[in-house]
Design a protein around this ligand. Structure first.
Ligand SMILES: [Zn+2]
Length: 258
C-alpha cells in the first residue's frame, strides 16, 4: 500500500499538519530547556520584540514569503525554524508511507515528531524534558487502546524500558559512585517502550549504544572517552526511528543468518 492511493489532497493536508507540529516543535525546542512557558507569550522577534502575527507564523509559507526575516525590522530568523517545519512534515509523510492512514500511522507521526524534538534538545542542552516524554507516553497509551501495540504490550514496554535504565544507572552508581544516566533517559526509554512494545526496548538500547560509540570514535577520536558526556538521548532517539521503520526487516534478516 502506498500513500498515493489515498489521493493527493489528504496527503498534502497531513504533511501540512506535520509542518504545523514542526512549527510548534520550534517553540518547544527553544522554550522547554529554558524552563519557559510553552503557551505564552506568543512568538516574538528576538531583535525588535514585536509579536509575530498569525499570518506571519504560517508553517513553511511565512518563512518563504518573508525570506526568513522579521516583517518589522528585517532581522534574519535562523533557517533552523524552516528546517524543523519541513522535518515535521517529513515525519508525518514517512509515518504514512510506512503505516498508511491508520492508528499506527497516527501513533508513528507523534512518535517521530517527539523523537525529533528530543534529539535536538538533548544534542544542544544535554537534557530531555519530562514534558515531552510524559506527553508521548500519554499519547502512546491512549492510541494503544485502538491499535498496535495493544495496551498491555505498551504498558509492559513502558515499565521494561524505564526499569532497565533505572537498574543500569543504579548499578553504575554503585560501581562508579556517579550517576551515569539521568531521569530523562529513564523517561525516554519508558516512552520508547510504550510506542514500540517490550521487544523494541533492547533493540533501541543496542542501537543507541552502537550509534553513540560510533560517534564517539569517529567525531571525538577518543577525546570523549572518560569524563565527557554524550547526548545519549539523541542516539537513543535515532535508534528508535530505525527500529520503528526497519525493526521487522532487521530482525528477520538477523534470524535468517542462523
Ligand atoms: Zn523584528
Amino acid at each position: 500500500m502506498t500513500i498515493t492511493e489515498f489521493g493527493l489532497l489528504p496527503v498534502i493536508l497531513a504533511a501540512w499538519l506535520g509542518a504545523c507540529f514542526g512549527s510548534f516543535s520550534n517553540v518547544l525546542i527553544y522554550r522547554l530547556p529554558r524552563n519557559l512557558s510553552v503557551v505564552g507569550p506568543r512568538s516574538f522577534c528576538p531583535s525588535c520584540q514585536k509579536t509575530v502575527a498569525w499570518y506571519d507564523n504560517i508553517p513553511l509559507l511565512s518563512w518563504l514569503l518573508l525570506r526568513g526575516r522579521c516583517r518589522h525590522c528585517s532581522a534574519p530568523f535562523s533557517v533552523r525554524y524552516l528546517l524543523v517545519e519541513i522535518a515535521g512534515a517529513a515525519c508525518v509523510l514517512i509515518a504514512l508511507a510506512k503505516f498508511g492512514f491508520t492508528i499506527e500511522g497516527l501513533s508513528a507521526s507523534f512518535f517521530l515528531i517527539i523523537l525529533l524534538d528530543i534529539a535536538i534538545i538533548d544534542w544542544q542542552h544535554m537534557v530531555i524534558p519530562h514534558t515531552l516524554t510524559v506527553a508521548g507516553m500519554v499519547i502512546g497509551l491512549v492510541l494503544s487502546l485502538f491499535g498496535n501495540p495493544a495496551l498491555p504490550s505498551a504498558l509492559l514496554g513502558g515499565v521494561i524500558g524505564g526499569g532497565i535504565i533505572l537498574l543500569v544507572s543504579y548499578g553504575y552508581k554503585l560501581v562508579r559512585g556517579v550517576i551515569g544516566m539521568g531521569g530523562g533517559d529513564v523517561m525516554l526509554m519508558a516512552m520508547v517502550g510504550v510506542f514500540l512494545g517490550p521487544w523494541g526496548v533492547p533493540a533501541v538500547l543496542f542501537g543507541g549504544a552502537l550509534l553513540g560509540t560510533l560517534y564517539a570514535v569517529t567525531a571525538g577520536r577518543g577525546r570523549l572517552a572518560g569524563a565527557a558526556k554524550l547526548p545519549f538521548g539523541t542516539f537513543l532517539a535515532a535508534a528508535a526511528v530505525i527500529v520503528l521503520l526497519f525493526g521487522n526487516q532487521i530482525f528477520s534478516w538477523y534470524l535468517s543468518r542462523f
